[in-house]
Design a protein around this ligand. Structure first.
Ligand code: AMP
Length: 412
């Protein structure tokens, strides 16, 4: 696809990039210096389309919350954001908008300048990501109105996984479904896996292209990726984020026969099944208590809550099994990375996972494991173990960096 040259006065890398992550009822935003990763301002508009719609702006460690006026939509949220940026004198620093776009299909393996063609492609890809791509497009359109003269860049969550070989992405279904309808594994959280792999490469003091890593992004959504010579060669999420390990509310891998049983014998509609496997399962479904890792850990450790313990035990076992299975993709392994809200903060989850990986020669230094939480990063393995890092992810910085890089290359 051809890319038009953006109209801009100054190099994108010297200004700030406004990073936008639009959900169906929320907009997350960060204003970031692409070279240093410094965040000038960040925040979230949430509860859109309801009278509770509000915007929270974080600046210099302080949070301000504003109620949004009607209509309670994405455009209003962005107009209020623009007003705030204007009052703070920050609009003049913005050189481009970088959008997180969830599904880029097979077309997009690189950050891409948004043109009408690209918008159309994102819209067509909504059939593979019906919850995400339409919301991303709403954000793009609202930003085009709010920031008329600024270039907009799409950074795709699937892009990093486009290097997977066929053996990793073709399902055991008739091949014609892949050819005619794009039914294959795509993988998600690519921006996060790429960021933490790059950070691990720095720790190893080698170029990323020489690194072999497994990274576990464990948040409300969870995925594990195996990286060979700096490229993703397999990942646990599939055509949608529903595949793989169990997550906050998603069940992950499931015997397809269960779906027929639910529909044919237990009276579930397809909509009911969708809600069950995506919103009511995973940690929430098994524990019957919460999808929140912290709540479950407290219930397990303080109240001996049997189902919270079971949910977390299954969670860790499935992740350990997935990590171990990736030894089939590698001949060398430099180390394992934990990231995402649970991966960065829960020393209990890390211990439970790593103790099931002794065959791969992983063991944790418990002192370091306990000390490396709440934004701290570092190697928490014992001296005899392969490296095992906790790395705080920063997808927004990658989006800012890649947007600036693309624009710099386009004006060259
Ligand atoms: P994310 O989707 O990456 O923002 O991660 C959200 C998840 O991280 C939620 O399940 C949180 O409960 C979990 N989390 C955050 N802090 C902790 C913590 N200290 N211990 C356990 N889980 C945590």
């Amino acid at each position: 696809m051809t890319q038009q040259k953006p109209q801009r006065k100054e190099p994108a890398s010297t200004g700030a990039i406004l990073v936008i992550n639009c959900g169906s009822s929320s907009v997350k935003f960060s204003l970031i210096k692409p070279l240093s990763g410094e965040t000038l301002l960040s925040g979230l508009a949430e509860c859109l389309h309801t009278p509770d719609a509000k915007i929270i702006v974080k600046l210099n460690g302080e949070k301000q919350t504003y109620k949004l006026p009607e209509p309670f939509n994405h455009q209003t949220a962005l107009s209020v954001l623009v007003e705030q940026l204007q009052q703070l004198g920050l609009v003049k620093d913005i050189t481009a908008i970088g959008h997180r776009v969830v599904h880029g299909g097979e077309q997009y393996s690189q950050p891409t300048l948004i043109t009408e063609d690209v918008e159309q492609a994102i819209s067509q890809l909504a059939k593979l990501a019906p919850l995400h791509n339409p919301a991303n497009l709403i954000g793009i359109k609202a930003c085009q109105q709010a920031f008329e003269n600024l270039p907009q860049v799409a950074v795709f969550d699937t892009a990093f996984h486009q290097s997977m070989p066929e053996k990793a992405y073709i399902y055991g279904l008739p091949y014609s479904l892949y050819k005619a309808h794009g039914i294959r594994r795509y993988g998600f959280h690519g921006t996060s896996h790429y960021f933490v792999a790059k950070q691990a490469a720095e720790q190893l003091n080698k170029p990323l292209e020489q690194c072999n890593l497994i990274s576990a992004h464990l948040g409300n959504g969870c995925s594990v990726t195996v990286i060979k010579n700096g490229e993703s060669v397999d990942t646990s999420m599939g055509m949608t984020p529903g595949e793989g390990v169990i997550m906050g509310t998603r069940c992950g891998d499931l015997d397809t026969g269960i779906i027929f049983h639910l529909v044919e014998n237990l009276g579930y509609s397809i909509g009911d099944v969708d809600k069950l496997v995506n919103k009511e399962s995973g940690l929430l479904g098994v524990s019957g208590l919460s999808n929140d890792g912290r709540t479950l850990e407290n219930a397990m450790l303080e109240d001996n809550h049997a189902q919270a313990t079971l949910a977390l035990t299954i969670f860790c076992y499935r992740i350990a099994k997935t990590i171990a299975s990736y030894s089939a993709s590698l001949t060398q392994l430099d180390g394992l990375i934990f990231t995402g809200g649970i991966g960065e903060n829960s020393n209990w989850v890390r211990t439970e996972i790593v103790k099931q990986l002794a065959l791969l020669n992983f063991s944790l230094d418990e002192e370091k494991n306990k000390a490396t939480r709440f934004g701290a990063s570092g190697n928490i393995a014992t001296k005899d173990s392969r490296a095992c890092w906790v790395i705080a992810t920063n997808e927004e910085w990658v989006i800012a960096e890649q947007s600036a890089q693309l624009l710099t290359n386009l004006v060259k």
